[in-house]
Each structure stands twice: as C-alpha cells, then as structure tokens.
Design a protein around this ligand. Structure first.
Ligand SMILES: Cc1cc2nc3c(=O)[nH]c(=O)nc-3n(C[C@H](O)[C@H](O)[C@H](O)COP(=O)(O)OP(=O)(O)OC[C@H]3O[C@@H](n4cnc5c(N)ncnc54)[C@H](O)[C@@H]3O)c2cc1C
Length: 411
C-alpha cells in the first residue's frame, strides 16, 4: 500500500494541540468520538500523546445540555459531564475567576475530555503505518490522472521539483482544504467532478502564548476551556512545554479566482506563512483571538503574551458532516474530507470507516450521512464554525454582535 501525503501546512510543532471530546449535539459523532477516545486512552499509538485534563464549557449555545441528553440516549451516562451554574464553576475552577462568562446560561464540565498532541500523534500513526509495510512518499499532488473514460488512474505529483505519475487501482483523496483546488486543476471543464457547494475551504485563527513561569502552577490546573457566548467564541488549551494555545471559533473563506473554472472558489492562501504559525495574519484576526485570550484568563493570570498566530484551514460541509464516498462520476476515486473543524479527534478510528466505505461494508446510515451527494440537512455537528466573511474583507475587530444584532460595519 502506498501512502501519499503532502507537507501538512496546517501542522506545525508550535502549539499543534487539538481538543478531544465526545460532547456532541449529534449522537452519531458522540458515539464515534467515544470509540476514538478509547484508543486515545489505551492504544499504544495514541496514548502517549493524549492529555485528559477535562473540558469546561461556558456557553449559551445549548451544546452542554444537548450533550448531556445524548450521553443518556446512548446509555453512556458514566462518560457524561455535569451542568453547573457559573458561580459553581468559578468555585470549582478558580483559574477562571476572571473569565468573561457574562450572559453564559450555564457551564458544563466533562472530566473525560482532553486534548492531543497533533504533531507527535501524527508521527506515531505514520510510524505504525510504516511498520506494517506502507510506503510513504512526501510530495505535492498536482492533479488526478484520468483515463479516456474519465476514471481515475492515480495522481501526478511533484517531488523535489520533479514531475512523476503514480498509478493506483484506487485513489483516495484526503486533502482537506485543498480538495476543491485539486479537482478544479484536474479537469476544470468537467462540472460533475467539482466539489461545488459540498465543502468549502475555511479557516479560523489560532495563537500560541507564553506566560510568566510563576503562573505555571495555577495554569496547570486548568481544563480545556470553551466560551461560546455572543461576545466570545473560542477555546483554550492548558499549558504544554511553556505555551498556551487559543482558537477563535469564527471562520472565514479565501475566495480566489480559478482560471480554469472561470470562477471564484475558496483556496487557502499560497504563502506558507499564511497557514503556519507566523505574524502574517490580518490585524483584525489578531484582535479576534486576543479577545479569546483576554476573556479566558483575564487579570487572574497576568503576563500572558501572544507569540504567534496561524490561520488553520479545513474543508467544511454545509452541515459539518464528513464526506467519505466514491466520487459518483469518477470511477476508482474516493474522497474523504470535510473534517468541518471537528475531524481531528477521530484520528484513531476514522480510517476504519473510510476502509469500510471503500469495500462497501459501511453501515447504510453512515454511508448516506457521509455521501458525496446528500441533502445536508440535520443538526450541525459544529455549527458555530460555518464560514461567513472573506479574509480579504476583514477590517478591524469591533466585537461580536449580540444575538439578533447585525455584524458591526467594517471600515
Ligand atoms: C482552527 C481549527 C481548529 C480545530 N480544532 C480541532 C479540535 O480541537 N479537535 C478536532 O477534533 N478537530 C479540530 N479541527 C479539525 C481538524 O483539524 C480537521 O477536521 C482535520 O484535520 C481534517 O482532516 P483531513 O485529513 O481531512 O485534512 P488535513 O488534516 O487538513 O489534512 C490534509 C492533508 O492533505 C495534504 N495536502 C493538501 N493538498 C495536497 C496536495 N496537493 N498534495 C499532497 N498533499 C496535500 C495536506 O498537507 C494535509 O497533510 C480544527 C480545525 C481548525 C481549522
């Protein structure tokens, strides 16, 4: 078996930490995440990179309540978190005594959640694959190779600047935010091949931050923290090797003219500095994530300094369901993507479902849910991440609107 991956431009050693929790409004993803968490806790490939520090929500999105109900529905009450008032939460987690939870309806705490070390976990999976005989090539896919009947023959890659064709009986494209571009570059005139509205490349801003050493003891007691209230949309991950990581949960697109298609599609910006940790991020985004930092620890943890920023790209489907399916018009091509800002935690088990789809054994309800063509209805798995603005239109950050208010006008 050949495993072909590119340089993961979303990945960087700095602060590459991802939340791992099963608290979902959709019981299907909850069950899937419970399964993944078993591997995170016990699997030798994953366990060294998993930190189960708990996760505290402060929100008005009903996520905690829905999750609480879903654990019951699935008969998994022992894995559920608990609902509490903000006063109770501050008493229990004094690290958040100055967090801005204004207008939070309630807090929800799940001790069974945590976070994973992205870079190291990926490396561990890769080594495990190499150990069982997978061949790994690091290269950039230029386009798919198509036969005269338009079935997929493999990929054309560029490796160390040299073009090369790689032929395969079956080609599995797991290229995240770049999927639409690869299909467009392959055959722009072929409408049925294109991604269209099935998923869109979108990003959210993240940052890493340092803190004074004398604050570490306090910070090490922090769980993962999520604020989903009108004034703040973001998450923080507790310290690791002297760094904190924060995400802002408001996403955006980068509409770019594709010559071949003759229209705009969202494509991550070409400069590497715009998808790795750097300072190359619009000021408005820097201010958005600074709002998350400020409203998480407030003055209770003085001296937190933002270090670097990153626009982190993913492919998002309209209802945040994944896409795992054969392409209906391009024989031998399988697409697995639309992680929709919540896909990483499934690193231990999503491959099993992809293989089931490849061999036609995937349970029918999942095959329908993750189909290339589908109605895209049902509850969103990660609704707050649906992208709206274009990164090029972002002005100074003027705060988020209250529910029912329009977005502040951009200068
Ligand atoms: C800001 C942000 C925060 C997130 N936080 C979380 C979280 O806390 N928990 C969670 O579970 N999920 C989270 N996610 C979602 C998660 O990271 C994604 O859903 C998941 O990584 C998607 O996996 P993927 O394999 O589809 O795409 P990716 O992880 O993006 O992988 C695609 C791969 O394809 C490669 N590639 C692309 N184009 C080419 C090419 N032409 N040639 C060769 N290779 C190519 C890329 O380099 C990359 O390695 C977050 C996402 C974002 C953006």
């Amino acid at each position: 078996m050949l495993l072909l991956v590119g340089l993961n431009r979303n990945r960087d050693v700095d602060g590459m930490a991802q939340i791992i929790c099963a608290d979902y409004p959709d019981p299907v993803y909850m069950a899937l995440a419970i399964e993944a968490q078993k591997s995170w806790r016990t699997g030798p490939i994953f366990k060294p990179f998993y930190h189960e520090c708990g996760m505290l929500f402060a929100e008005d999105l009903n996520m905690g309540r829905l999750s609480y109900a879903n654990y019951k529905k699935l008969g998994e009450e022992s894995l559920s978190g608990e609902l509490m008032t903000p006063e109770e939460a501050r008493e229990r987690f004094p690290i958040f005594q100055d967090a801005n939870w204004a207008d939070a309806e309630y807090n929800y705490y799940n001790p069974h959640s945590g976070w994973g070390e992205g870079e190291e976990a990926m490396r561990s999976v890769l080594h495990a694959a190499l150990d069982v005989g997978v061949t790994f090539i690091e290269a950039t896919v230029q386009k798919l190779l198509l036969d005269s009947d338009r079935s997929c023959l493999g990929v054309a890659i560029l490796k160390n600047g040299q073009p090369q064709d790689i032929l395969a009986d079956r080609t599995l494209l797991c290229t995240g935010a770049y999927t639409a571009k690869i299909l467009a570059d392959t055959a722009p005139e072929w409408d049925e091949l294109q991604v269209d509205r099935r998923m869109v490349a979108a990003a959210a801003v993240q940052c890493t931050a340092t803190y004074p050493l004398d604050q570490e003891e306090k910070l090490l007691k922090a769980p993962v923290h999520f604020i989903g209230i009108w004034h703040t949309h973001g998450e923080s991950i507790p310290p690791f090797i002297g760094r904190l990581k924060f995400n802002c949960e408001v996403s955006f697109v980068n509409m770019t003219h594709h010559e071949g298609l003759g229209k705009d599609i969202s494509i991550p910006p070409a400069p590497q500095s715009q998808s790795t940790f750097s300072q190359d991020v619009p000021d408005g985004l820097k201010e958005e994530v600074a709002n998350v930092v400020r409203n998480t620890y407030g003055s209770h943890v003085p001296g937190i300094k933002i270090e670097k920023y990153r626009m982190c790209w993913d492919a998002v489907s309209p209802n945040q369901d994944f896409v795992i399916d054969y392409h209906p018009h391009c024989k031998n091509l399988v697409i697995a993507g639309a992680g929709s800002f919540h896909g990483w935690k499934f690193l231990p088990n999503i491959g099993k479902y992809i293989v089931q789809r490849v061999y036609g054994t995937l349970e029918e309800s999942l095959a329908k849910k993750w189909a290339w063509d589908r109605p895209n209805d049902g509850a969103g798995a990660c609704e707050m991440y649906i992208p709206t603005p274009d990164v090029k239109d972002l002005g100074p950050f003027k705060g988020w609107p209250r529910p029912g208010e329009a977005l502040p006008v951009v200068d």
